[in-house]
Design a protein. Structure first.
Length: 676
């Protein structure tokens, strides 16, 4: 997906106080009131609240978030309904969201005002992303897609129960009502999905019908004669959905088994608990977060890349999600850390002018990232910095052990922790359950759904070879913190990194060594880390290498430097585990989303050197894959982190090679060399 800068809406008011968008020349809602319109057109028009009753989850997709009145009215109706569904998912697409100040200052119906205050407090930076905002202990999830509706609709991975069609009037905003958009909606419509809009314009009704929706007129309100309500009832077999091949299991009734108690496993337990799913977590050590996740501190920040490609987008999405969850860990669970900003000092020689040109061209907002001069960076850090830097105001540092603990605490009574229990094997029980085995081959637990979150050791359990995973040793160093004047107030990253003093210790690092299994702390590695520190803080002198403490652990990364998150593809499973597993999905998966999977078997690994920043988003993606709830990430990024991506790439490469071979055999295509 190509991104574009997000420009904030200009919100003005008509003489009667109705908010309007001067750039589009239209009102945000009917004059008789936003709440009235939301209740009559969008809720009643979609048969709500009655239709969500008795459901585990109900999924709504809105075109045009605008000022959020429909979302707030829906949340209010859900909150006040004693028979509400367990989880409400509201996806909304908006190309011109209001800025935080405008949103907070909007006059609201008194019934909506308290919820509006919570929405304003959670409002994200205006970046092209699917922002996941969570309310009501996670039971209400708002997925806000900032960007154009035609770019976003094909990227939504969800089964939608009700559509709220709320662009500006078709005559003024025809792009929001194009026939191809209704077709894109049809591809993500759940069986029996409904749609409603205040518009009765002919092109809208024709477009809905052509996409398989039965349209009827219903009575309008507030002086409007009619509205359109529609039911998805295609007279044709819908094209295959763009959703990942589903391998849903009976997760409601039994705990999901999670292997590994590092950040990946603990975050997964939390994300499942948010959706009401219990888990049993098995960790071979006596404590959680004692291996890769056991450092005293680590960094959280995004990435800027001039093309805003997949890495940049994934890292931005992850950093925004991490910001929210780390802030909760620090604020509510007493975890060490500070999300008060981070400086990434430019180490590739880019000039401040180039850096500013990049942020301007990408339209990245200042509350996500700012290019700052070395003087500005020095002012922010409180120490001399000799190069320009990227300042991430929402970045920071956190103790990963504490972050893991906070995930477990937030999973509360929905987690059963088994510490000091190593899982030595994995086997199918002959039916649809997975067995976790001890070292003697005896079953320790069984379930239909298992998550392997045990870093590199997952490959042993999967009996898999050939996964493109690299293991790199990392040693961090710590010195007794000297005079404060020479130490940074903010974490600094660059060629290496250094944290502000924590418990009178200055942590910095880190080495990165392939093919190195040495667990001992090495003096030469301390020296290497001191060199890195010297490049970040040239004025810091006099640290004696022999006085340093340190810690060694190992990072597991994929070759493409993205995590591996999702259902295990059959092709990646060892031969011992494959027999008896049915094939659902394409046997020739050019795209990861169509790869056949091992039912109920999921993996969350290869968090590399960014596991602190990636764990929350990765866990949410995994939980949505398990429960079938809307994915909090766009489809092309889901492909980018899908465990099936490596097999799909090989398949495509083989296809391309075969194509070249065919061409050589057939000679030039007729007419291909016209000049000859
Ligand atoms: C030196 C260094 C610096 C880093 N700095 C940063 C940073 O600044 N920012 C950042 O975002 N990330 C950073 N990281 C990366 C981050 O720490 C890791 O990506 C993350 O901790 C990995 O989490 P994990 O849960 O996948 O693995 P782990 O934390 O290793 O957890 C896996 C767990 O599984 C358990 N286990 C394994 N096999 C079994 C089994 N068979 N049965 C039961 N339990 C089992 C292990 O005991 C372990 O506890 C750094 C990493 C290193 C090494
Ligand atoms: C009528 S308002 C929506 C009101 C909103 N549902 C509410 O409850 O406050 C229409 C919205 O559609 C948005 N919009 C218009 N064209 C768009 C496009 N191409 N992609 C995404 N959003 C668009 C506008 O910016 C505007 O906020």
């Amino acid at each position: 997906m190509r991104t574009a800068p997000i420009v904030a809406a200009r919100v003005a008011y008509d003489t009667d106080g109705t908010p309007l968008a001067p750039d589009d020349g239209d009102l945000y809602h009917a004059r008789h009131g936003a709440l009235e319109q939301a209740r009559h057109v969008f809720l009643a028009g979609n048969g709500l609240p009655a239709r969500w009753r008795g459901h585990e989850r109900f999924v709504i997709l809105e075109t045009g978030f605008g000022l959020g009145n429909n979302f707030l009215a829906t949340w209010l109706a859900w909150r006040d309904d004693a028979q509400r569904c367990a989880n409400l998912h509201f996806i909304s697409i908006e190309s011109r969201p209001p800025c935080a100040e405008d949103l907070a200052a909007l006059p609201r119906d008194p019934a909506l005002a308290p919820l509006a205050t919570q929405l304003a407090a959670a409002w994200p930076p205006l970046t092209w992303n699917l922002h996941r905002l969570s309310f009501g202990s996670g039971r209400v999830q708002l997925l806000l897609a900032f960007g154009d509706v035609s770019a976003w609709l094909p990227q939504i991975d969800a089964a939608v129960d009700a559509f709220f069609l709320d662009g500006f009037a078709p005559a003024k905003n025809p792009h929001m009502w194009e026939a191809r958009l209704f077709k894109a909606m049809a591809r993500i419509a759940a069986p029996q999905a409904s749609a409603a809009t205040w518009s009765v314009a002919r092109p809208v009704r024709d477009g809905l019908r052509a996409a398989g929706f039965d349209c009827t007129r219903a009575a309008g309100s507030g002086g409007k004669r009619h509205i359109t309500i529609a039911r998805f009832a295609p007279g044709f077999a819908p094209r295959s959905t763009p959703r990942r091949t589903r391998v849903r299991s009976r997760v409601r009734d039994e705990p999901v088994l999670i292997i590994g108690g590092g950040l990946a496993g603990c975050a997964t337990a939390w994300a499942l608990a948010e959706q009401g799913i219990a888990s049993s977590l098995f960790e071979r050590s006596a404590t959680i977060a004692s291996a890769g996740s056991g450092n005293a501190a680590g960094l959280v920040h995004g990435v800027v890349h001039r093309d805003d490609g997949r890495h940049a987008r994934f890292n931005r999405a992850a950093a925004l999600e991490a910001h929210r969850q780390v802030a909760i860990a620090i604020g509510r669970h007493g975890v060490g850390g500070a999300m008060a900003g981070l400086l990434r000092v430019e180490s590739q020689g880019a000039s401040i002018a180039n850096m500013r040109a990049t942020t301007a061209r990408l339209g990245l907002p200042a509350d996500y990232v700012r290019a700052v001069t070395s003087e500005e960076a020095s002012g922010l850090a409180g120490v001399d910095i000799e190069a320009p830097a990227w300042f991430y105001p929402g970045g920071g540092w956190v103790d990963p052990r504490g972050l893991a603990r906070s995930f477990i605490e937030r999973a509360a009574d929905r987690i059963d922790l088994h510490l000091g229990v190593a899982i030595a094997g994995l086997r199918r029980d002959g039916g649809d359950r997975w067995l976790l085995l001890d070292a003697t081959g005896q079953p320790l637990a069984s379930a239909t759904t298992v998550v392997l979150a045990n870093a590199g050791a997952a490959l042993d359990l999967l009996d898999a070879s050939g996964w493109p995973i690299e293991r790199r040793r990392g040693q961090v160093s710590a010195a007794a913190a000297g005079p404060r004047a020479t130490l940074p107030r903010l974490p600094l990253a660059g060629a290496g990194y250094v944290l502000p003093p924590i418990d009178e210790q200055l942590w910095f690092g880190a080495t990165s060594q392939a093919d190195d299994d040495d667990v001992a702390i090495r003096r030469e590695d301390h020296r290497e880390n001191l060199d890195r520190l010297g490049r970040l803080l040239p004025n810091l002198r006099g640290i004696d290498c022999d006085s340093l403490r340190g810690r060694v652990s190992f990072r597991y990364s994929s070759v493409d430097r993205l995590p591996i998150v999702g259902a295990v593809p059959l092709s990646a499973l060892g031969a011992r585990l494959r027999p008896g597993l049915g094939i659902a999905g394409s046997p020739r998966p050019e795209q990861p989303r169509f790869a056949p999977r091992a039912p109920g078997l999921f993996v969350f690994m290869a968090l590399g050197s960014r596991g602190i920043a990636w764990s929350a988003l990765g866990a949410q993606v995994l939980a949505s894959a398990i429960t079938g709830s809307p994915a909090p990430l766009e489809a092309d990024l889901l492909d980018a982190i899908d465990p099936a991506r490596f097999a799909s790439r090989s398949f495509r490469r083989a296809g391309a090679a075969a194509g070249r071979q065919d061409q050589r055999l057939e000679g030039p295509i007729a007419g291909g060399s016209a000049g000859a």
